[in-house]
Design a protein around this ligand. Structure first.
Ligand SMILES: Cc1cc2nc3c(=O)[nH]c(=O)nc-3n(C[C@H](O)[C@H](O)[C@H](O)COP(=O)(O)O)c2cc1C
Length: 415
């Protein structure tokens, strides 16, 4: 009986175990988690969401304060009250390089340090900012870039002049053949096909690449459709399913269907290396079916799967666009600002809870937007609950070994 560890995911000229840990923003797939994946011969993804804010937290930089201060000064000088707070692209570049190279430089082992790059992050100047993030990630020496959250019709072209363009691994996450076909047309124009394709189904964590009709879709069908079309086009590109893949048997089953490997995330949210707080990790373990829902509260406009107990829900914090503003478009618009302004106050003047949207920048950077895949309800079956009622946290290594088919006991009584 074959186990996942007997297979290899071959991307370009590099062989990995057939397991990718997907990017989990903001800072849930931490540097420590990614380094463990690489050490053990798998692929780990950093997420490139809110990188300047993360540099401020980890390296003592002041990118977010600088942004706010610059805005205040400009406003005072030019008396334009509704000026949009802008990121400085040079600062953004420095932040991205620092953030990525800190992990790349520590890498040990034959696996890969990849980064998940989201096209749909608005950040005021969406196109320019995406280019900065892509090029800086290449400069910092990342092994691979997984393009996500968008169609990425220009991303290949943006990187085409970079000396590492032909060597770095480049992949894309899609949720339909239709979206992939559009991307492949753009990739052809840039004379650079992707090295792998991640097909993400509706049971995944984070934002979903589906509309409100997400229940109408399932991963197996989308994966098969993509695989068939790739073959029909005469392309040889590894196809990697994601969303709800929970154990070694699931991996073997997908490999049997033609997958080259899998991308997973939810099981790693509760590991010791995950960036989530211990409170969130325990809530993830405790989750039952009724505690999970697909919500429209994200100001990005995409559905996001959340725990109902997420502290971000019904919060009424003022919009945090001065320091952050990662979801703000070029016109200074963010759906949370609208929802906040439309929400009234109590008779005593206290702001009522904002129900429709959340300030994603503020909450996700505080780890209280508890997003997870639908399989979160199965996490409790993966460890033995402690006598005090707490769930012990497995290490990233333990979860990887479990996925690869090397059953070893997970989690230990917390010290
Ligand atoms: C906490 C969390 C955060 C996520 N953040 C992102 C993200 O920033 N960008 C992205 O493309 N996918 C994101 N995802 C999706 C994962 O990378 C992955 O493709 C998916 O969750 C796999 O399904 P699974 O969680 O059922 O294993 C996130 C998933 C989780 C659980």
């Amino acid at each position: 009986m074959y186990k996942p560890k007997d297979y290899r995911l071959v991307i370009g000229n590099t062989e990995y175990f057939p397991l990718m840990i997907g990017g989990m923003g903001v800072d849930v797939s931490t540097s420590a988690m990614v380094l463990e994946a690489a050490r053990l011969g798998c692929i780990g993804h950093l997420s490139d969401a809110m990188v300047p804010a993360l540099c401020d937290r980890y390296f003592g930089t002041t990118f977010s304060k600088n942004k706010a201060e610059r805005h205040r000064l400009l406003q005072a000088e030019e008396h334009i009250p509704d000026r949009i707070p802008q990121f400085n692209l040079q600062e953004y570049r420095l932040a991205q390089i620092q953030y990525v190279s800190e992990t790349v430089e520590k890498k040990k082992g034959a696996g890969g340090v990849y980064i998940n790059c989201m096209e749909k992050l608005q950040i005021g100047t969406a196109r320019d900012n995406l280019e900065v993030r892509l090029l800086a990630s290449l400069d910092a020496g990342v092994d691979g870039i997984t393009l996500s959250a968008g169609l990425h019709s220009n991303s290949m072209k943006m990187m085409s002049e970079h000396p590492r363009f032909r060597d770095v691994k480049i992949g894309i996450i899609v949720s339909s053949w239709r979206a992939l076909r559009l991307f492949l047309m753009a990739a052809k124009r840039a004379d650079r096909m992707p090295d792998y394709i991640v097909v993400e189904g509706p049971l995944a964590g984070g934002h979903l690449g589906f509309g409100d009709d997400w229940t109408q879709y399932n991963l197996k069908d989308i994966f098969t459709e993509v695989l068939m079309n790739i073959e029909k086009e005469g392309l040889k590109i590894p196809v990697i399913p994601a969303g709800g893949i929970f154990d070694a048997d699931d991996i073997v089953s997908y490999i049997g269907m033609g997958a080259s490997g899998v991308q997973v995330a939810t099981r790693f949210t509760v590991t010791k290396e995950s960036g989530l707080t211990d409170t969130a990790k325990q809530a993830f373990f405790e989750a039952e079916e009724n505690d999970v829902f697909v919500s429209s509260v994200s100001p990005t406009g995409y559905p996001i799967r959340l725990l109902r107990s997420s502290p971000c829900l019904n919060s009424n914090v003022p919009p945090h666009c001065l320091m952050y503003g990662y979801a703000m478009d070029a016109k200074g618009h963010c759906q949370y600002i609208d929802a906040y302004n439309a929400t009234g106050v109590t008779e005593s003047g206290k702001k009522l809870p904002v129900v429709e949207k959340v300030c994603l920048c503020y909450h996700i950077s505080r780890y209280d937007t508890w997003t997870c895949g639908a399989s979160v309800v199965r996490l409790k079956d993966t460890v033995h609950r402690n006598q005090d009622g707490m769930y012990p946290l497995p290490t990233t290594e333990e979860v990887i070994q479990d996925y690869l088919g090397e059953r070893i006991p997970q989690g230990s009584e917390s010290e």
